[in-house]
Design a protein around this ligand. Structure first.
Ligand SMILES: Nc1nc2c(ncn2[C@@H]2O[C@H](COP(=O)(O)OP(=O)(O)OP(=O)(O)O)[C@@H](O)[C@H]2O)c(=O)[nH]1
Length: 311
């Protein structure tokens, strides 16, 4: 019997977030079972939530909810985790937006940006796979011309997924490659063009200039392009991911986020902090290195995974 892919995802999601939810449990440990939810206990809970990367605004929000609710039998672990799950879901619901591919014009252009090692290349592969599964014709552009290895890696993925790729020589001009991508994409009737970009933040000015140039070239071909600018973030960097949203959001016209490596890190709470602080759409999360490990998410389900509440 074929395995149910939804069930598989649910299990991987809860498994992936297990370090995050157990860290939350460790931080809250001494507070379970307190008979009184007095101000001092609420303060301690709020601090534990902040220490779990959920962000000060969400921590304050959960504190308020706990203060407003009555726990006649004392605050047991399950009740506390349930409140946390609900409030996290409320923070995530407005930003949990799957990537939308408009019907016109074709190709839709998705520019993928982020610092080196954030999981950009793998995310592009997963995204291409997700789109081809929905019958979109996808083409990749190896726009990280700064590193030969990045070009090679993307080519391997393209072959594995079975999508065409436009690539040039190391050190080539990324903007002209993108131009060529749109030209060929239009000619071949491609639906979605996914463009990889360099991620060397150590040369921030150069990087931002290059992204601006790519955007200018795209804009000349079609004023609405790029239709999406996705910022890929590595959850394991914790609060650092927030400053990347700030920098790239200000300078590179980010339209949405993808957070990767949420499996195997205890810092998954940062996804909630990002949602609360920036309110930007979060299109998908990555919970593994496999091609199927990137998906849009359901806010309620993710709230339970982070808070460690089994359905
Ligand atoms: N556990 C886990 N690993 C991931 C995930 N996404 C990517 N990775 C791994 O993270 C490493 C870096 O990913 P890349 O896709 O090469 O990152 P990049 O941002 O393109 O990096 P550069 O090529 O150095 O610019 C690889 O070993 C990936 O397999 C994820 O969701 N979970």
């Amino acid at each position: 019997m074929a395995s149910d892919p939804r069930k598989g995802w649910h299990e991987r999601l809860f498994g992936g977030f297990s370090k995050t939810s157990s860290r939350l449990g460790d931080n809250l440990g001494g507070l379970f079972g307190k008979a009184q939810l007095d101000a001092a206990t609420l303060d301690e809970i709020e601090e534990a939530l902040i220490a779990s990367d959920l962000g000060p605004a969400t921590a304050a929000r959960i504190r308020e909810r706990l203060a407003a609710e009555r726990f006649p039998l004392g605050l047991n672990e399950h009740a506390l985790r349930e409140v946390i799950a609900r409030e996290i879901a409320a923070v995530l619901a407005p930003v949990a937006k799957p990537l939308e591919i408009d019907a016109f014009p074709r190709p839709q252009v998705i520019l993928v940006i982020g610092v080196n090692g954030s999981g950009k290349t793998t995310t592009i592969a997963k995204l291409a796979h997700w789109l081809t599964e929905q019958d979109y014709g996808v083409m990749l552009v190896a726009g990280d011309t700064f590193r030969a290895a990045a070009i090679g890696q993307l080519k391997v993925w393209a072959e594995r997924i079975g999508v065409p790729i436009i690539s040039g020589a190391e050190g080539g001009d990324a903007a002209s490659l993108v131009f060529e991508g749109v030209r060929q994409g239009t000619e071949k009737g491609i639906d979605v063009l996914i463009v990889d970009t360099a991620g060397r933040l150590q040369n921030k000015a150069g990087l931002m200039d290059e992204l601006a140039k790519i955007r200018r070239v795209l804009g000349r071909l079609n004023p609405a392009a790029p239709h999406n600018v996705l910022l890929v973030l590595d959850a394991t960097t914790g609060q650092n991911a927030l400053s990347q949203i700030e920098i790239f959001g200000r300078e590179a016209g980010v339209t949405g986020l993808v957070m990767t490596k949420l499996d195997g890190t205890a810092r998954g709470g940062v996804l909630v902090a990002a949602a609360e602080k920036f309110g930007m759409p979060i299109h998908a999360i990555g919970i593994g290195e496999g091609i199927d490990d990137l998906r849009p998410f359901d806010a309620d389900e993710l709230g339970r995974a982070i808070a460690g509440v089994r359905a």
